[in-house]
Design a protein around this ligand. Structure first.
Ligand code: BYC
Length: 318
């Protein structure tokens, strides 16, 4: 079965997509399965690698309350990674295959996590802008055509919305603090604004997968539509915080009913996605190291399972 609408199987699949959702036991084109595995795995890897930039600040958070909140957020991200690996497994791949693909550079994770977190204000900017961009991108995925991915996204989006508010609240506190704290908040936003816009992917004209992904009901909106939605949502919030967004082309366009904004730096996005961003090597080295350090846990779990699995089998036979 391929994507040709004249092919009766493809036509039946198109009908299934519009009646939705598609479930694991349904017949589906190989290319649909591959597109989902690619996107869901990339999404899962992003959640796991995304723990690193914030994890570095847990021990340096300015109070016990801030530490507890940040720890809870980073734990949520681990949970999101697990729901997503489980969603990918319903498509017939094993989590360990996906993890190997990441470690061997055959799969990717979001470009955003290759930028350093230099100050405490970066925790605010990540929550407000990075989680804000993630929600904008992910709320439509709650209605995506593949049932297990859509259902995982419902819970993830609820938690992301709490994450976005905690980031906003960090920046709100800093913006009501000393001039040095306000400058720290502005500096963080200056560094994270453009990378957050790049999270939506390349401009539509250069997006390899958008057309097919929308035809199959995985993506509901294009990269540029979602980027625009994020800008429109964020500009009034920046005004409320008293922060300036670092884009001289940003202005309200009454005719379009949207904010005009400058273009993302496509060369920078391409470089970061290709593995040559500021922190790519560091993130992957840390990830591989953590995986190796956890080998004994996987071995212990497998040994436990073998022992108790054999005992269970005996009990059934006996
Ligand atoms: N970074 O044809 P396109 C989070 C790749 S984590 C890296 O437009 P598509 C959080 C793209 O994969 C949430 N790669 O692709 C966690 C494709 O690669 P191939 C992360 C990118 O898939 C912790 C190629 O470029 N969110 O919330 O239609 C703390 C062509 O692009 C990027 C998700 O993963 C990028 N920015 O659209 C805080 C959401 N952009 O073909 C927060 C799910 C593009 O070379 N993913 N590429 O392998 C998606 O919605 C879509 O995959 C994208 C790209 C919008 C990212």
């Amino acid at each position: 079965m391929d994507g040709d609408p004249r092919d009766p199987e493809a036509a039946a699949f198109a009908e299934l997509v519009s009646a939705g959702p598609v479930e694991p036991r349904d017949a589906m084109p190989d290319a649909y399965r591959a597109l989902l595995v690619r996107q869901i795995a990339q999404h899962a890897h992003s959640e796991i690698i995304g723990m690193q930039p914030e994890g570095q600040w847990i021990s340096r958070a300015p109070s016990l309350r801030r530490k507890a909140i940040l720890m809870a957020k980073v734990q949520d991200e681990a949970g999101h990674g697990l729901y997503l690996y489980a969603a990918a497994e319903t498509l017939g791949v094993d989590r360990s295959e996906l993890v190997d693909a990441l470690h061997e550079g055959r799969q990717k994770y979001s470009s955003i996590f290759n930028y350093p977190t230099l100050t405490w204000a970066d925790m605010g900017a990540i929550g407000w802008l990075v989680d804000g961009a993630a929600i904008t991108n992910q709320v439509p995925l709650c209605r995506c055509s593949y049932g297990p991915y859509a259902r995982a996204m419902v819970r993830i989006c609820k938690e992301e919305s709490f994450h976005q508010r905690q980031g906003f609240e960090i920046l709100h506190t800093l913006m009501h603090g000393t001039p040095a704290q306000r400058a720290m908040a502005q500096d963080a936003v200056d560094r994270f604004w453009w990378p957050a816009l790049m999270m939506f992917g390349p401009p539509d004209a250069e997006s390899a997968h958008t057309a097919q992904s929308m035809a199959w009901g995985v993506k509901r909106f294009t990269n540029d539509e979602l980027r625009q939605r994020f800008v429109d949502m964020t500009v009034p919030q920046a005004d409320a915080l008293g922060l300036t967004l670092p884009d001289p082309e940003l202005r309200w366009n009454a005719e379009r009913g949207h904010y005009d904004h400058g273009p993302i730096d496509v060369d920078e996005l391409r470089e970061v996605v290709a593995g040559r961003g500021p922190c790519n090597a560091e993130r992957m080295a840390h990830k591989r190291g953590a995986h190796e350090a956890g080998a004994w846990v996987r071995e212990a779990a497998a040994a436990y399972d073998a022992k108790h699995g054999a005992a269970r089998a005996e009990a059934v036979v006996g």
